[in-house]
Each structure stands twice: as structure tokens, then as C-alpha cells.
Design a protein around this ligand. Structure first.
Ligand code: NAP
Length: 279
């Protein structure tokens, strides 16, 4: 199959590696000429260009640009495509993207691979990034079943686990488990940096080990992606952040009151509940 990828960064480049290894012919379009050359040299695409017309013969196109560019890029891309071409995207937010693209391209299905790392750009692309990872698809009642089947088959071939839901449900769910953690992790690092004694701050930096590495990882990621999560999933993220603040206030009160029994009960309950998310 001829598959197009628009945006050759971490996600687009990683998709390219795996799709080529499945025997697909992969065409990449990206902003910078230098990225085209790197993607070809690394073996992530068969051909690459800064010109969208390269994707004219693609049967399926994955849009892998930053969230804010997905809709404008599709608006520009569709004049180059045949109406049978299936478009899917990988954006971390779904409702605004699906709402804008569905009316202009019927063969569109929203998607979001729950995989990544804190790096960005083509050099950060990895083989087998999607293996055993959730991959959300958000077909709508009017999405042509053939388009859903084609995208599902490709996603399954990446080794990912497919989930279907409505775009709004997706945005609320990822607000809890992806966008809220980015903001909490960012606040954690910023709070540590507010230590006023330089010697203590230096000591904390020297002592930081696996616990801090785990809890700070997503707050140290791609800033552009973090801003776009907040901007495009603002309402759901604010609900999550307000709930988080309430939990934090409860903990502060319990610790001020030296109510260790309730602190322990809370930690027992979260110890159990965590298994339902990452068990
Ligand atoms: P990234 O590494 O920064 O890659 C995005 C690529 O898009 C850039 O490398 C850039 O390539 C290209 N690009 C930028 N502007 C462009 C334009 N005007 N036209 C064509 N290409 C353009 O970001 P990413 O992490 O792969 O994220 C891409 C998408 O995946 C986002 O929508 C994000 O929400 C989603 N996503 C990310 C993750 C994650 O953990 N990172 C996980 C799941 C989904 P050049 O080098 O050519 O400028």
C-alpha cells in the first residue's frame, strides 16, 4: 500500500520505520528539506518532499504535525488527493480536530497513539514505538466503514491495541492520564526550583534518583506539545487541574492536622487504584 506521512518528527518518523518494515511504500512530506534528507537516510521513508503534491498517489495519509497545524494542513492537503484517500491524524486532542476535518473530508478518522517520549524531531523517531501501546480511533456514525477498516488494519500491524471512543470522551480521558500529569510534573519541577538555599538545591539535584526521574519525566518533555495540549483541551484540563488542587488541599489539611490515619488510608486507596491504570 502507498502510505503518506505529513510531518516527519518523533511520531511520523516512527510510523515510517514500522510501515516500511511491513512492506508499505512510505511517502513523507515535512516542513524542512533537511528533515526530508535525514528521513530518507535513516530509512524512515522511501521518498520525501516539502511539497504536498508528493502525497497525491497515497491511499492513506497520516497527519503527524503539531496539533495546531493539523486542521490547516489538511485544508491545504485535500486539493492534492483523490476522494478515496483515507486521512487519519495522530493528534493528542481529538474533538476540535474531528469537528473541523469531518465536514471537509468524509474519509477521515481521528486517531491517537498513546506512545512517545520526551524528545522530538526525526532523530527521536524509534522503531516499534507502538508495540503493545493503546491506539485510540474516534470514528463517527457517518465515517465510511471501509475507511475505519483500512486504518484499523494498519494500526493493528504496528502491534498497537485499538480502542474506539467518541472524540469528547477521548479528550476527557487523556486529560486525566496525559495532560494533567504534564502540568503536575511541570509544577513539581518548578516547585523544586523555588528552593531558596543554593546548597540545598544543589544537594536535591545531586540526590534526585529514580522516583524523581519517573515523576518529572513528562514535565521535562516537548514544551510546544504541552502548550498545545492545554490550548486545545483547555476545558477538560481545567476540570482535571481543579480536582487535583482539591486533592492537594485535602492532603495539606490532613498533614497540618497530623491526621496520619487518614493520610495512610488515602495512600492505601491510591496504591490499589493505580493498578487499574497501569497494573
Ligand atoms: P515532533 O517530533 O515535533 O514532530 C512534528 C514534525 O512536524 C516536526 O518534526 C516538523 O518537521 C513537522 N512540521 C512542523 N511544521 C510543519 C509544517 N508546517 N508542515 C509539515 N511538517 C511540519 O512532534 P511529535 O511528538 O511527533 O508530535 C506530532 C503529533 O503527534 C502531534 O500532533 C502530537 O499531538 C502527536 N502525538 C505526540 C506524542 C508524543 O509523545 N510526542 C504522542 C502521541 C501523539 P520539520 O523537521 O520538517 O520541521
Amino acid at each position: 500500500m502507498k502510505i503518506g506521512i505529513l510531518g516527519l518528527g518523533l511520531i511520523g518518523g516512527s510510523l515510517g520505520y514500522d510501515l516500511r518494515s511491513q512492506g508499505h511504500h512510505v511517502l513523507g512530506v515535512t516542513r524542512k528539506e533537511s528533515t526530508c534528507q535525514t528521513a530518507i537516510a535513516l530509512g524512515s521513508v522511501d521518498a520525501a518532499s516539502v511539497n504536498m503534491s508528493l502525497l497525491a498517489s497515497a491511499e492513506v495519509v497520516f497527519i503527524c504535525t503539531p496539533i495546531g497545524l493539523i486542521v490547516p494542513q489538511v485544508e491545504q492537503l485535500i486539493k492534492h488527493l483523490s476522494p478515496t484517500t483515507v486521512i487519519t491524524d495522530v493528534g493528542s486532542v481529538k474533538a476540535p480536530i474531528v469537528k473541523a476535518i469531518s465536514p471537509i473530508w468524509s474519509n477521515f478518522i481521528g486517531g491517537h497513539p498513546m506512545a512517545g517520549n520526551t524528545d522530538s524531531g526525526i532523530e527521536a523517531a524509534q522503531r516499534n514505538l507502538f508495540v503493545s501501546r493503546p491506539y485510540v480511533l474516534t470514528p463517527e456514525p457517518h465515517t465510511p466503514p471501509d475507511a475505519v477498516v483500512v486504518v484499523e488494519e494498519i494500526v493493528r500491524s504496528l502491534g498497537a491495541n485499538i480502542y474506539h471512543c467518541q472524540p469528547e470522551q477521548h479528550d476527557r480521558a487523556v486529560s486525566w492520564i496525559s495532560h494533567l500529569p504534564v502540568m503536575i510534573s511541570c509544577s513539581l519541577i518548578a516547585s523544586c526550583m523555588s528552593e531558596t538555599d543554593p546548597e540545598v538545591l544543589q544537594l536535591a539535584q545531586n540526590l534526585a534518583s529514580s522516583g524523581f526521574r519517573d515523576t518529572s519525566r513528562v514535565g521535562g518533555g516537548n514544551p510546544e506539545l504541552g502548550v498545545m495540549m492545554a490550548q486545545y483541551n483547555r476545558q477538560a484540563l481545567l476540570v482535571s487541574l481543579q480536582q487535583y488542587r482539591q486533592n492537594l488541599d485535602e492532603l495539606i489539611n490532613l498533614i497540618e492536622q497530623e491526621n496520619w490515619t487518614t493520610v495512610e488510608a488515602k495512600l492505601h486507596s491510591t496504591h490499589q487504584a493505580r493498578l487499574d491504570f497501569v497494573g
